[in-house]
Design a protein around this ligand. Structure first.
Ligand code: COA
Length: 247
């Protein structure tokens, strides 16, 4: 396994903790690969009925590792990032996320595939792609307007401003906001509750909820990855990556 991913199966729940706090839980290639591997194993394991993803109280994730945007493009069809995102998009088992602290870029867009999102009152969500000369990924150009409505989604994706937990709740992005110390126990309890129900009924319910999305989502993600690959080549994006490390 990977030193930056902690996994555990308990009460029918595959718990995955992103644990790279020294880099604000930024996703590098190895972390994407470990997440994809853990998810694939969980999907094949009948003992796993629900997936729970979280970070630490201080941070959910600062998004893609900016140092790897050029060396390991996360939009490359063979990349672990694309493999992980496609697994999330197609996951037949319910997925719950517990978000505390910042969720930036893919730290927010991956959440759009989850079935329930619980946030601490310190959570902040942002998709600052245009700040970096980048474009939406992970199906966000389809899912954000669907979940948040066009105006809110367009404002977030164009301006890249962060929204706090309360705004995210009001916009319909998160299901519940809790004090930080209550977040993980609550999310674990919800996950175990769902895991105790008929797996068939739960899977059928999720499948029916998502059936109208599935085809559109696959195509949107392919279109986004193609545009994102071009964005990575632009001088504006290259300058933004350099500026981050020269702060
Ligand atoms: N990619 C690579 N490294 C990252 C990172 C990222 N996305 N986000 C944070 N880090 C690293 C920093 O480079 C720093 O490393 P160092 O200690 O070796 O210098 C470390 O994590 C701590 O980050 P720092 O910026 O010092 O923490 P902070 O508390 O001041 O700010 C953030 C936290 C998350 C607000 C800030 O790190 C940030 O804006 N990160 C980039 C977010 C982003 O634009 N992601 C891409 C979206 S498409």
């Amino acid at each position: 396994m990977n030193q930056h991913l902690i996994t555990e199966i308990q009460d029918g729940v595959l718990r995955m903790e992103i644990s790279r706090p020294e880099k604000k839980n930024a996703f590098n290639r190895d972390l994407y690969a470990a997440l994809a591997q853990a998810l694939e194993s969980g999907l094949a394991d009948p003992a796993v009925r629900v997936v729970l993803l979280h970070g630490q109280p201080e941070i959910f994730s600062a998004g893609n590792d900016i140092g790897e945007f050029v060396s390991f493009p996360p939009s490359d069809p063979d990349s672990p990032a694309v493999r992980f995102l496609r697994l999330l998009a197609d996951c037949p088992k319910p997925m719950i996320a517990a978000v505390s602290g910042a969720a930036i870029g893919i730290g927010t867009t991956l959440l759009l595939h989850f079935d329930a999102i619980y946030a601490s009152d310190t959570a902040r969500f942002s998709v600052p792609f245009t700040h970096l000369g980048l474009t939406p990924e992970g199906g966000s150009s389809l899912l954000m307007p669907l979940i948040l409505g066009y105006q809110k989604a367009a404002e977030m994706l164009l301006f890249g401003d962060a929204i706090d937990a309360r705004e995210a709740y009001q916009a319909g992005l998160v299901n519940k906001v809790l004090p930080v110390e209550e977040l993980l126990p609550y999310a674990r309890d919800r996950a175990a509750n769902l895991a105790a129900r008929s797996p068939w009924a739960v899977a059928q319910t999720k499948s029916l909820l998502r059936q109208s999305l599935t085809n559109r989502l696959g195509q949107t993600m392919s279109d986004e990855f193609a545009v994102f690959s071009r964005a990575l080549e632009t001088p504006e994006a290259r300058a933004a990556f350099a500026a981050f490390f020269n702060r």
